[in-house]
Design a protein around this ligand. Sequence first.
Ligand code: GLC
Ligand code: CA
Length: 572
Amino acid sequence: MAGTVTDPTAAGPTDATAPEWWRTAVIYQIYPRSFSDANGDGIGDLAGITRRLPALADLGIDAIWLSPFYPSPQRDAGYDVADYCGVDPLFGTLDDFDRMLSEAHARGIRVIVDLVPNHTSSAHPWFEAALAAGPGSVERARYIFRDGRGENGELPPNNWQSVFDGPAWTRVTEEDGQPGQWYLHLFDSSQPDLDWENPWVREQFQGILRFWLDRGVDGFRVDVAHGMIKAPGLPDYTPPAEAGSMGGGTATLEPGMSGEPEDAPPYWGQEGVHEIFREWRRVLDEYPGERILAAEAWVEPLAKVAKWVRPDEMHQSFNFPYLETPWQAKPLRQVIDESLAAFSSVGAPSTWVLSNHDVVRHGSRLAVTADNLQGHGLGPRSKGLPDPEVGLRRARAASALMLALPGSSYIYQGEELGLPEVIHLPDEARQDPTWFRSNGERYGRDGSRVPIPWEADAPSYGFGPGSASWLPQPEEWATFARDAEDGEPDSTLELYKLALRLRREHGLGAGTLHWLDGFGDDVLAFQNGDVTVVANTGEASVALPEGEVLLSSAPGTHRTLPGDTTVWLARR
Ligand code: GLC
Ligand code: CA
């Protein structure tokens, strides 16, 4: 087959001095239902991904990570898995998966799949069997069933709240038609938590890992990798008052995700999770090639995040403290320093990320002017709505900064087009369980999940063959369409392409960062190899040092650097 020689997983001579691919990789997150729809039902699919691989190769990424495409009732957009070893007919078939995988490999693109081990769907046969088998059964012991408190068990077993709002427990009706036990769900009631203290559960997941490794995947992004073990006795816990925002100041996805083991919430960041990842690491190490585990671990501080990537555990952990840092030089420099120190202390690369399917896109987030709690999203009634021009300008500058940092970066589909959050989604279109469970108080995450535009003049902007799109696309999507930006030197797409090319040519991912001082309080400046990077987070222009401008986030930058702009200069 043509192109097989570039298969990154093919056996062949390896350069022992080259760093492993994932230490410097740019990994592109595909949210399958919103990426590309081949059959026109309004939901993106695996065949759609295969069709669009050339565009991703052209962008210059190293790997793709696919959010879940497994059989699922789609109550949480596929993060409610009913069968870990299959493909939901919505997205295609296992054959479609294999085709996508081999065509990606043929283009030198590695493929990471999402693994959702903290909970299954309530439609998973394991959970259905647990309901049917009744209290005290081995089937119930795979999940976290408990009797309720109160005289007749009418109160939930403890006071925990779901991440999506409302109580984290749901009471079941037993065979005899009477209200019975309660089961724990840290997320939606359709997502019962598994009991990871149960060896049977652990065994099943070893098999699931092998199923996908045998098919040839290059790794797993591990969902809720901070939540799989709960403190013994499931003690009550009241998180500290909500103390963060995304617009400014330090932020947390939700209160109480930080802290050392002693004061960590009884459901996040428990020490016991690490043993699970050590087991998984041993499984991955049995396979040829460099397969990876990447943790979604929403914990703080960075020193704690680094525990997930100790040498015998995972390879990467998402850097959410970086994502949560406002567009301000001082806190950015601090989080970059802390990241490099924390990850290198365990021999892991730092990762960097600005957007994903759970947060307000950084094209809007960086210009929000009022507090906006993580996970609350943006909608027509939100305070401090962003100016789209300021948002785009800052997003381009922030991306240019991120892509110059040593380590591995994640980009989320559509950010390379400069897409903002879709704020004006009609209420009746919203589908995030957060929206329903909070009775519309939190908009949730739909605004970052709208199907992306490929062609300015096509129905559904080329997302699919017709006009169908599971969330409505806004009018202004035409100007962000890939074909409108392709080849336009000042477009965000060309900025990303240039950044990825230069990053590779200058070895920035494997480089070392040296800060440069003397540019003022609003500026970050550093040397990485033979590239000088200067990012101005303030309003006033600053003079640039000597050197050819290799890249600028604002067109026409020469001797002075305007506000909200990042440049890369060739060192003289
Ligand atoms: C992770 C996913 C998110 C999902 C949740 C529950 O945070 O990224 O989309 O809703 O886990 O699986
Ligand atoms: Ca489809």
